[in-house]
Design a protein around this ligand. Structure first.
Ligand code: ADP
Ligand code: MG
Length: 757
């Protein structure tokens, strides 16, 4: 649900140095520790934090808190820095790749050298040469390839905020140390100690491979968003001082008149002033069918003009464009939390310290009770290979303790939700589905009742005046009076009335003191006359007599028309009857929603018969008509109290309260900005089918989130006890741990190809 936290400003901070869910938690706590911060969401995968705090909280204070916690941060704005961020992500992926390959290049000879030992217990050529050789090969692997991980992990430990890297760093250092100690042991300075230094190099190689795959996935995801930004036009042709000039798109100002030739991209958001033709908006809506755009229609920057020359007045530039907003919304969604993640967060918070303690306890137990554990290990070794292989109590204790350190993986837990959400939100953006919060994804996937607003949502929102009844004045003048006041309203009915006037060549007079009353109509002064246009019963409650219009009204209603009563001064002068057709895809979409197990309800402020006509047309049974805007919210609340998880789909200002009251509010992008602001999900295309796609996407995304959390939990629940019991070789442990993170990332990426349509 959209929460309005007063005038708290949202800020996005770019954060560097986070490697795991433990780091993300530390940054989050640091931010929440700053006075005045209301909320802080850290997005591990996107390396950002979304902070809500009043403007009085300086961004510098936030950055300082993050730096104090041991990470780097800077404020991020959308478009420009999104580019830089992608650049950085791609560079990081390359760096991660280089480190992983370097680690393997050093680790593979070690593996080859270890084969005779593992197969036949032979330390080739001599035990001393073997131990020294291992150490010589492992040293560059640990220091060069693993240096950054070791440094980050140990620093975090010193700050007493241990992270995933701390576990790896301790596991690697301990393994490496056994190499040094075993050489000393070999020359008789110490008791015999097993040599795991080669294992240290391999642990790193696996770990860095996991990192590489994560970094590559991250680079790809942000690349998808950059691809959106890059699609925009680079230059625009604008009219300056009477002549056409070509300027960089960044120089276009609001109010400029742009000339868009056939086949060109529309440089920035605007309204068509001249020209009429199809525009391919697939980039924004995911629909391949071009839409007809004519004077007065809004067009979106970066969409492709068809075969007409359009003159477009720029209405939004830079960060105020539709696409900048998409990038911002997608970014916010990716950084937001999904409620189901809460449990995983609680687990990760205690995870790393818990594992450190467990590892020490494991070491102590194996060392202090060698008989008990030794017997246990021998028995388990019958079942699982790769168990404790060393004969001495100290060797076995080291073995099990190191395995515990490297197998425990809060990483997969931390990645489970953000990776799925990132891919899901990106997938949605490509199909014109803008998910604003992770919570919306979870809720929409569980919706049981979808309430559809009629006008503009289910119907084309391009109604037409088809009948006029008048008394005492001409039909024309009824239309003209109505048109003059409706000219200042955004309502589809208002636009229809104005359109009808234009088609008949009627000259509209500018009205004064116009007031639009949502869900009822408009009133204003036209050349000294008080003019009203709106729902008949609104006029009645305002004291107008409609008794003598009863027959016309009944006739219009029988035809399923929407009625606008028009009054001038104290008397009703006529009725307009409007027909509004259902959108062509509405019927199929309603059937699809039903197949998904969702009940569909039609909700409208229009009269019962007009509503029934549309409902019958598209196969909706439950109709709630004559509902005033303030009551739409009550209807939604009633449904919720009856136990339904309610989704509300709307497009107008009058739907805004209902959108925020619903469990999840869905705004059609063709609607007003207010509606979009109050919604949790925005569908860029006006199609009803987009609602179906949104439900499918949310279900697919949420399913991935659940699968990922399950994998991550199951992995740790199974692996940690095995490591404690000494039946996991540290190497197998590290391979499993790398695999579990990679698995979560790959599983999330499968969402990219989810079928929605
Ligand atoms: P819906 O719920 O179907 O989207 P609204 O709540 O926007 O419809 O409007 C409900 C009714 O109020 C309309 O059917 C119409 O009769 C009337 N109405 C609203 N705005 C206007 C307007 N600007 N001009 C005339 N009638 C209006
Ligand atoms: Mg509406």
């Amino acid at each position: 649900m959209a929460e309005n936290s007063g005038n708290d400003a949202k800020r996005v901070l770019r954060i560097e140095g986070m490697h795991c869910a433990g780091c993300a938690g530390a940054v989050e706590r640091a931010l929440l520790g700053v006075d005045g911060v209301q909320r802080a969401n850290v997005d591990l995968v996107g390396e950002r934090a979304l902070v809500e705090a009043p403007p009085s909280v300086a961004t510098d204070a936030l950055v300082a808190a993050i730096v104090a916690a041991g990470y780097r941060a800077a404020e991020q704005s959308t478009a420009a820095s999104a580019d830089a961020a992608v650049e950085r992500d791609v560079a990081r992926a390359w760096q991660a790749r280089r480190r992983a390959l370097m680690a393997w290049a050093l680790a593979l000879p070690i593996v080859a050298w270890m084969i005779p030992e593992m197969a036949a217990g032979i330390l080739w050529p001599t035990p001393a040469a073997f131990h020294i050789g291992m150490l010589v090969l492992a040293t560059p692997a640990v220091l060069l390839a693993g240096g950054p991980t070791l440094r980050a992990g140990l620093l975090a430990a010193l700050r007493r905020a241990p992270t995933m890297d701390t576990l790896i760093a301790l596991g690697v250092s301990a393994s490496y140390a056994t190499g040094v100690l075993s050489i000393l042991g070999h020359f008789g300075f110490l008791p015999h100690i097993p040599d795991y230094s080669g294992v240290a190099a391999m642990i790193l190689a696996f770990h860095l491979t996991g990192r590489w795959i994560e970094a590559a996935a991250r680079g790809r995801t942000s690349g998808a968003i950059r691809a959106l930004l890059e699609l925009g036009a680079k230059t625009a042709r604008v009219v300056r001082e009477g002549s056409e000039v070509e300027v960089p798109v960044t120089d276009v100002a609001v109010g400029d008149l742009m000339i868009v030739r056939p086949g060109e991209r529309i440089p920035t958001d605007g309204v068509v002033e001249e020209g009429e033709g199809p525009v391919d908006e697939s980039l924004a809506t995911g629909e391949s069918m071009p839409v007809l755009r004519r004077p007065g229609d809004r067009v979106i920057g970066a969409t492709v003009n068809g075969d007409a020359v359009l003159r477009v007045r720029a209405t939004g530039v830079g960060e105020d464009t539709f696409f900048a907003q998409v990038v911002r919304l997608v970014g916010e969604a990716q950084a937001s939390k999904v409620p189901v993640q809460a449990l995983a967060d609680r687990v990760t918070r205690i995870f790393v310290p818990g594992v450190l303690i467990l590892s020490l306890a494991t070491f102590a137990a194996w060392w202090l009770f060698p008989a008990t554990f030794g017997r246990l290990a021998t028995e388990l070794a019958q079942i699982v290979p790769w168990g404790v292989s060393d004969a001495t109590p100290l060797g076995r204790a080291l073995f099990a303790a190191i395995a515990v350190l490297v197998i425990a993986c809060p990483c997969a837990l931390g990645l489970a939700t953000p990776t799925a959400l990132t891919v899901g939100a990106g997938r949605g953006a490509r199909s014109g589905i803008l998910l604003r919060t992770g919570e919306a994804v979870q809720t929409l996937s569980r919706v049981t009742v979808l309430v559809l607003d009629k006008t503009g949502t289910v119907t084309a929102g391009r109604p037409d005046v088809v009948s006029i009844a008048s008394r005492g004045v001409s039909e024309e003048s009824v239309l003209e009076l109505a048109g003059s006041v409706e000219a200042s309203s955004e309502h589809p009915i208002a636009r229809a009335v104005v359109g009808a006037c234009e088609r008949r060549g009627l000259r509209l007079t500018e009205a004064a003191d116009v007031r639009a009353v949502p869900g009822r109509g408009v009133r204003g002064r036209v050349i000294g006359r008080e003019v009203w246009a709106g729902r008949p019963d609104w006029l009645e409650t305002e004291g107008f007599a409609l008794a003598e219009w009863a027959d016309d009204r009944a006739a219009f209603e029988r035809d399923g028309l929407t009625i606008v009563a028009v009054a001038a001064d104290k008397a009703v002068v006529g009725l307009l009857g409007l027909a509004d057709r259902a959108k062509p895809d509405a019927r199929e979409a309603v059937a699809n929603l039903r197949n998904l197990g969702i009940e569909v309800v039609l909700l409208t402020g229009d009269n019962e018969l007009a509503a029934r006509a549309v409902a019958a047309d598209i196969g909706i049974e439950r109709v709630l008509a004559n509902v005033l805007p303030e009551d739409k919210m009550a209807v939604v609340n009633d449904l919720r109290e009856a136990g339904a998880v309610v989704g509300m789909v709307g497009d107008g200002i009058n739907d805004a309260p209902a959108l925020s009251a619903a469990d999840v509010g869905i705004a059609l992008g063709t609607g007003t900005d207010v509606a979009i602001e109050s919604a949790d999900i925005t569908l860029v295309s006006g199609e009803v089918a987009a609602v179906v796609r949104a439900v499918r996407l949310s279900r697919a995304t949420f399913r991935k989130i659940r699968q990922n959390l399950f994998f991550a939990f199951a992995y740790n629940v199974v692996a940690i006890p095995l490591a404690v019991l000494g039946v996991l070789h540290p190497l197998v442990a590290e391979a499993a741990m790398a695999f579990s993170s990679v698995n979560v990332v790959l599983n999330a990426n499968r969402l990219r190809r989810a079928k929605l349509g």
